[in-house]
Structures are given as C-alpha cells and as structure tokens.
Design a protein around this ligand. Structure first.
Ligand code: ASP
Length: 505
C-alpha cells in the first residue's frame, strides 16, 4: 500500500490508507488508545480499539518518538471531537495494522513545544532532535521557499547562478580570515572567502553581466552578539548599472518575496524611505535605523535604504581584526575597498584630496533596525582602485602582490558594475520573528564558534599535523583557551560599547 502524507488524509475519508512517522503523543482513554502521529506535513490522531486485537496489542508497547507505520481507515471524527486547530482535525485513523520501524530512547527534551524553555546548549548538542519541532521545521521550509523564490526571481531577470571557490586567497575585507594550510605547498595557506566579492567582480570582467549566488561567507570575528562564523548570503553583481538600478531591482525583489511568502506582513512604506548616513545618525543615532511606527506589531516591516556613507575613516587600531588591511593610524575603508566614490567625489579620490569628505556609493538596506544587506557601485578602472589602496597606505609592491589580479583584470576592459549581498540568516530571522539567527539556521554554532553536536573544532591526529607542516604550540594554545574563557565573561560588558560604523557587517 502506498504511503500517504498526513496532510493528505483528510481528503480520503472512508478509504484505507497507510501513514508513517513519529509518535508525537500517546494517551489512553479507558480502553481506547490514542497516538498522535507526526510526519513532515502534520499531525494525525490514530485510534486503537480492543476489537482490532493485533494492532491494539502491539500499540501497548509503543512510546513517544518511536517511528511507526500505521494502516487503517480514515473516518470522520464525532462532531464534538473535532479539532479546528489542525488541518486533519476533522478526521482520525482507525488503526488496523501496526509496523514498528524503529524504537527510540527517551529524548533529552520535549520536541512538541517551541523549545524556547530548553537550555540552548542542550538543544545544539541534539540539534537533529531539536529540528523535529514544528517551529524549526517551519523555519527551514520558509528558508527553502525564500531561496527558491530568489533563484526564480533573479533567473527571470536574466541572472545566472555561478559558484565561486571556497579555497581562495587571504584578502582585506574587514574581518579576520579563516585559513587552511596547504599540504602540497608547505608554509602556504588558503583563506576561506569572507564573501565572493572579487570573484563576482571578475565575472563582470568576463562578460557574464548578471551573476548571483546563494553563497557561504566565512569570517573569523570575535564573539560579538548574534553572529556566526559562517553565514549565507544572497549575493549578486550586475554590469552597466548605476546605484538606482540596483536599488530598484532589489526593492522589487524584497517586496515580491514578502507579498508572496509572508502575506501576513505589512510593509510600512513603499518605496522604501532613503536616508543619508548623516541623517540616520542625527535622527536615529544608528546607521541601521528602526523606523517602525509601532514597535509592538510583530507583522510590521519598516525597510529603509541608507546611503552616502563616508568612504574612509581613520583606522582604529583597537578594532583591527588582524587582516592587516590598514596601516596603523591611517585611513581605512568603512565598508568595502572595491566601492567607487560617488561620481562627484571621484576627482578627490584620484587626487587623494579631502579624504575624510569622500562619500561612497555604498547602499545598505535595514529592516526594523537590523542591517540585512549592503552593496555598492564599484571602481572599474585600475587607476581608481589603486588610489583606494594608496590612501590606505599600501606600498605599490604590496598592492600588486595582493591585488595585481584585480588591477590586471580592470586593464582589459571592465564594464561599470555594482552589486549587493544580503545576510540571509538575519533577514529570515527578522521575517520569522525570531530573536536569534540561530533559529533560522539548520546547524548553527554557539556564540564562540563551537559545534556542540559534532564537537568542532577539535584536535587532529599528529600525522595530519605533520602532513600539513604544522607544529602546535601547546603552551600558547593553553594560554589562548584561558583568554577565550575570560573573553566569554566580558562579552556582556563589550556589548554596550559605543556605536561606530561597522565594517561590512
Ligand atoms: N561583498 C559585500 C559583503 O559581503 C557585499 C557587496 O558589496 O556586494 O558585504
């Protein structure tokens, strides 16, 4: 007999069906036994009566979270037993056959609640059980639908999705790189991408014109608020565009996503209001202002664009993340070194004059006080890009070592181009009214980057270290562990730090 999904059963009253899933709840009413069976589509009440002796006897042993297959007739429930809250609330399964597919130990926690009452470390350790709860299943389904929607939307706009390498070169993108030792090239390292920034620009040089990718971005940042070492971006780049074109397309995409997939949401203002960085800071004291008129409404979405950021700021040595992108005390970029200045500021960039006043073409999009995306129009001439690095204090030799490939590429005819990337996890967490981005990610890590389920990071075999030409300094790794512990304790204090433009957050 073919298996039916639970959500389909209500359409088959009077028929014999087979369903399979997990025992959500089991209870007895006098001589009658009830099992609420759960599969990916919903929950179905299944009834065992003594007259179906074989099934009834087998059901005596069944416990919650066992995996069972049940066959029987779908019948309408008596009027007063109807449960209007669930899709299958009008029917039940009168069970005739039982097949136990797998038994289960008692779970470490209840999976029928929303899970918020459970210690998060335990939820993370048993994430595969945590994901059984309907709230998280729903979150992952909405994540899938959003990604699929974006793929379809952008494909219809002429974009193609292209993958970019995970093993790449260390570049200054505002955060610390994760590095991967090379076995075949002793002493050399790859870096995991902080974003596909350079590759996507090189696609423009290659003439692809419209690229997108659902891309992973890895940044080894210090523990800070609701962040993850790896996050997923909706990343895109377009040729022959100006700021207006990118904003128009993206605003349309966001509005269509909300109207199609989150119809209960209300967008406060369309077109999205635009604020300059200066206005945002003066009025809201934030470069990602929360513009909601009613902060108690969970369905109100207040989007805004923030534009006209300063291109450069004086480097703050305390915030340097180790990628060595700026010379101490000199200028560093606020968002992205590959951005172009606003056209009217190009001359200042080329002349390296009035540096503090140069505004970038950067545009950020904020939602309810959360930065969900950002991008810019890029410098597409080698000359302008070179000036950015010169302003940051790089020597000519270093510029060529680190960015020679970009400068070369731009010397072979690069079209004007620009793009944007969204932090998908954060965007979804906001739409799903979740407090933490971890609730929108299948297998998140703790705030300090541990995977409690896989026990990562972990030590590796001496043989592996040897192959990679690595010596671990035991003394300093002990010291680092102690420092990490101290840091965890100090996090609270650091959260209250004074506000500052965040580099490419
Ligand atoms: N690569 C940038 C980021 O990851 C986004 C962009 O400018 O397109 O924030």
């Amino acid at each position: 007999m073919q298996r039916f999904l639970i959500s389909e059963t209500a359409k088959h009253v009077g028929q014999k069906v087979k369903v399979a899933g997990w025992v959500n709840v089991r209870r007895a009413h006098g001589k009658i036994l009830f099992i609420d069976l759960r599969d990916r589509s919903g929950i179905l009440q299944c009834v065992f009566v003594p007259t179906n002796k074989d099934a009834y006897d087998k059901a005596q042993d069944i416990r919650t979270e066992w995996v069972v297959e049940l066959a029987g007739q779908i019948v309408s429930r008596p009027e007063k037993m109807v449960n209007a809250n669930i899709e299958t609330g009008k029917v039940e399964l009168s069970v005739e056959e039982v097949n136990v597919l797998a038994k289960a130990e008692t779970l470490p926690f209840d999976v029928t609640t929303d899970g918020m009452e459970i210690n998060e470390e335990i939820r993370m350790k048993y994430r595969y059980l945590d994901l059984r709860r309907p709230r998280l299943q729903q979150n992952l389904i909405m994540r899938h639908k959003t990604v699929k929607f974006v793929r379809d939307f952008l494909s219809a706009e002429g974009f193609i999705e292209i993958e970019t390498p995970m093993l790449t070169k260390s570049t200054p993108e505002g955060s610390r790189d994760f590095v991967v030792p090379s076995r075949l090239q002793p002493g050399k390292f790859y870096a995991l991408p902080q974003s596909p920034q350079q590759y996507k620009q090189l696609f423009m040089v290659a003439g692809m014109e419209r690229y997108f990718q659902i891309a992973r971005a890895m940044r080894d940042e210090d523990v800070r608020g609701d962040r993850q070492f790896e996050h997923t971006q909706i990343d895109m780049e377009l040729s022959f565009v100006e700021r207006e074109d990118v904003i128009e397309l993206n605003e349309r995409m966001i509005i269509t996503i909300i109207k199609t997939l989150f119809p209960e949401k209300v967008i406060q203002e369309i077109p999205f209001p635009r604020l300059t960085y200066k206005e945002a800071m003066e009025t809201y004291k934030s470069d990602k202002p929360d513009m909601r008129k009613d902060k108690n409404d969970p369905n109100l979405l207040a989007f805004c664009w923030v534009i006209d950021f300063p291109f450069f700021e004086k480097d703050d040595p305390a915030s340097a993340q180790g990628s060595g992108e700026a010379k101490e005390g000199g200028w560093t970029f606020t968002h992205n070194p590959f951005s172009a200045p606003k056209p009217e500021h190009m001359q200042n960039l080329l002349d390296k004059k009035n540096i503090g006043e140069i505004l970038t073409t950067q545009y950020d999009v904020a939602l309810n006080g959360v930065e969900i995306g950002g991008g810019s129009i890029r410098n597409h001439t080698a000359e302008a890009l070179q000036k950015v690095f010169e302003i940051m204090g790089y020597e000519s030799k270093e510029i060529h070592e680190k960015f020679g490939h970009m400068l070369d590429a731009f010397s072979f005819g690069a079209p004007p181009h620009g793009g944007i990337a969204y932090g998908l996890d954060r965007f979804l967490a906001t739409l799903l009214n979740e407090q933490s981005i971890r609730e929108a990610i299948a297998f998140p890590k703790t705030g300090d980057g541990r995977d409690l389920m896989m026990q990562a990071p972990s030590e590796i075999y001496p043989k592996q270290l040897k192959e990679l030409h690595i010596n671990v300094n035991q003394k300093s790794s002990h010291q680092a562990k102690t420092e990490q512990k101290m840091k965890r304790r100090n996090i609270g204090a650091r959260r209250n730090q004074k506000l500052k433009i965040k580099k490419r957050s």
